[in-house]
Design a protein around this ligand. Sequence first.
Ligand code: ADP
Ligand code: MG
Length: 990
Amino acid sequence: MIGWVIKKILGTQNQREVKRLLPLVEEAKRQGEALRSLSIEQLRAKTPLFRERLAKGETLDQLLPEAFATVVALCRRLTEEKRKIRVRGQEMKWEMVPFDVQLIGGIVLHSGRIAEMATGEGKTLVATLPTYLNALAGKGVHVVTVNDYLAARDAEWMGEVYRELGLTVGCLQHGQTQAERRAQYACDITYGTCSEFGFDYLRDNGMATTPEDQVQRGHFFAIIDEVDSILIDEARTPLIISGPVTISTHQFDKYKSVIDGLVRKQNGLCTDWANQAKAKGEAGDLPGAGRLLYRVKLGSPRNKLLLKFQEDPAMRRAIDDAELEMYQDTRRTELYKTKEEMYFSIDERNSEADLSEMGRTFLNPNDPNFFLVPDLITKNHDIETNRALSEEEKLKEKQVAQAEYEDASQRIHNISQLLRAYCVFEKDVHYVVQENKVMIVDEYTGRLMPGRRWSDGLHQAVEAKEGVQIDRETQTLATITIQNYFRLYEKLGGMTGTAETEANEFKDIYRLGVVVIPTNQPCVRVDADDMIFKTRREKLNALIEEIKKRNAVGQPMLVGTASVESSEIISRMLRRENIPHNVLNAKQHQQEAEIVTRAGERGAVTIATNMAGRGTDIKLSAGVAELGGLHVVGTERHESRRIDRQLRGRCARQGDPGSGQFFISFEDDLMRNFGDSRRIGGLMTKLGMEEDEGLQHPWLNRSVETAQKRVEGRNYQIRKHTLQYDDVMNQQRTVIYAWRTDILNSTDPRPEVFETVDERIAAEVEARAGTDPVDLEGLVRWANAAMPVGLSKEDLLGAGGKEEWTTFLKARVREAYEVKVKFENPEAVKALERFVVLGAIDRLWQEHLYAMDGLRTSINLRAYGQKDPLIEYKNEAYGMFGELMGRIKEEVVHNLFRSASSLSAFEHFLAALPQRTGRGELPGQDQSTEGSMSIGGGGGGSTVVEEALVPVKRQGPKLGRNDPCPLDPKKKFKNCCGATGAKGCLKVTA
Ligand code: ADP
Ligand code: MG
């Protein structure tokens, strides 16, 4: 009841909102009348005029009616002249002039809100209106699409409008170079996917070392297509740029070939058992078959025969029974024995793979123990109690034992991950191999997740299995959530067919209102009630019958599934019935887009996960409308109503006929986990459900929706939670990136660098003066260790108090720096100063990211301590950030004097340092600074910067003038380091 009332209010509010926009539409149409007679050239001439008016102070809002009218007029011209455009290699005729409802959509986008417009309403075209208008401001408009293919398609297709109106259009594609990207961003309008935009932001702000390395030019206005999918579905996985860790320990390539052999052996065994199970099953011995199949499950969980048996509920139960039986305490030895009868066993749930004696012998016939973890405790005990050994020998032996233990663990971990890679992870189901890379497939949406990697060596194991380049383990270098990326924009607009159910979330989190735009033609889609079954098997059988029935008369059908796996099951069943069909798993965007386009042809059957082919238009071919149009079947209710609406909306576009229905069962995940089974069970009895039969009733629909709302609420909480945590990180990132960008873009970084130095000095003086007695010695030690100021206690004793000390030190450090830069090329010094700060920020920020990850993991445990983990997290994160800032500053101070743009400048500087002997403390006495001097390049290019990280020791071994110099062995010492006046080579020597 309450829901209904709210809907009523929402409905009218929405209608009122739409009505409010109508005068603007009328105004645009009125202006359009005046433009009707203009040629394309005359329309193009409008653009510079609009820009002039903006420069004179008119606002975008004021220009809206005329700018929209210009786009409409141009579309009319293109339609009249039947303009042909090459879109993704195919010729397309332009035949679109925006409808009134599309103008409303355009206004909503421009106003920074979400336009909900049904599938097929032409959102792609709608976006051109606000995009053109906002691009006039010259700050760049970004149009965000769900995949690279759509970005390229829309940039080519809609690009015609912009180009004809005198604007430039760019398009981001995966794999473009920096220079290409910069060129795309320089355009008035840039199309691309959210990851491309987000990663560019991270690279610009976390990695670029010169302004020329940056590709983006601000975040003015973005229009996000399929906005729900981007801001809601993608919200749980952040974008991460990672780099290889410094030390890699894997041996996957080494073990790959033996594991190949081992897995082949095991598969042979398992297939034998599966065949025996088949015979037993046919002879009526179900428990016997179950026991054998359970073995197969242990040995090769993705065995083809096993998977087929598991589709049969009776057999599945028999396997489950066998498993339960084995896990009874009394049967432990039997389980152990069973495992010893195969080469290895796999525990899918705990993600573990265990070698048996048989497996170990196969791998290393001479020493099966090679693959056994040594018993360290016993061994240590034996060493400890061995009287023949001296204490020192004991220690040595223990160290050897420890090293052996670690080696073996590493080896076994590698083998175990390889076995999982072979036996649990299947190509084209869990991952695909593209361009010599292993790419993870999202198991629910079927979407590829480029750049994402499994952890703990598993990804490398899969790479070894597929024989592609094995990448090193990685660590996070930069990360941002998609939400936080889009919060950077001054204005955001979004469009989708389904935003209404999530309107609250858009409002709360993004401050984005949702306006539902009426369709251009009345929608005549027929939404049938759900068909509910007791078991999955009954459901699938009925589904196949339904497909057969409609296919017989030629009606096209789109079958939507919730996972790649169930797509494949249905495909297998259809193959058995000889029904030709296409399966889409969101793996090949372009190809899929082409298949989906044909999904409306007579007799077509298309199976797709809910993400596949999204954004591609399904047109009905001739004669199909008479058959009722496209029929959509959902094979499962999704966790979120929005995704179901999305699926239903694939048919009945622009007034076409069309229909849709969901087939569900009590065994579906949604119903098992969230359904109120008692209530529904009661309903079913009341409605009189028969065995083997589906049931249809509006009451049942409502029960299903209740379950969905429950999950939606839970998922919203999870996303909100993620965001609350990420907000903390986001504030920190904002501070760090702003600092970085400042330094990166400043033409003279020195004042900023000295600001940092001064802050450090003040903080240090404050800290040392705060103790009782005053820690003057500590202050002198710190100052001399950090900066070559040649400070002595006497300098300070006569100077007065805290304030005087600070002033004194600040002056001293400036003097010292003057001495230093005297020997340098001024431009090189600027690059160096920039590098000193960037280097410190990047290195320590990355360490901080790592530490924050750890904090995040550990903090949840504190929930048990009855503390609010979020508050705890915020507190700790705040503290850690303070420390981070302190450490960055300290490193800046330290490195400022320890870098030089060239060796000779560095040498000269060292020679000119104040020399003090006997009293006071020399620079570099502090342990931590020993040998940590570095040289940086004068040019400031990134390669030089990397080199600058190599530490240089001032005193190498003494060399003859004509000896080859270790720094550059092609040169003689006298011409290399010797030329600087040094006595030894300046390169680090081991
Ligand atoms: P959506 O993204 O809203 O699902 P699309 O942008 O993919 O829809 O457009 C669907 C189809 O409608 C396309 O084939 C497009 O050419 C067509 N279309 C869009 N706007 C118009 C229009 N004003 N007049 C004629 N056809 C249009
Ligand atoms: Mg679209």
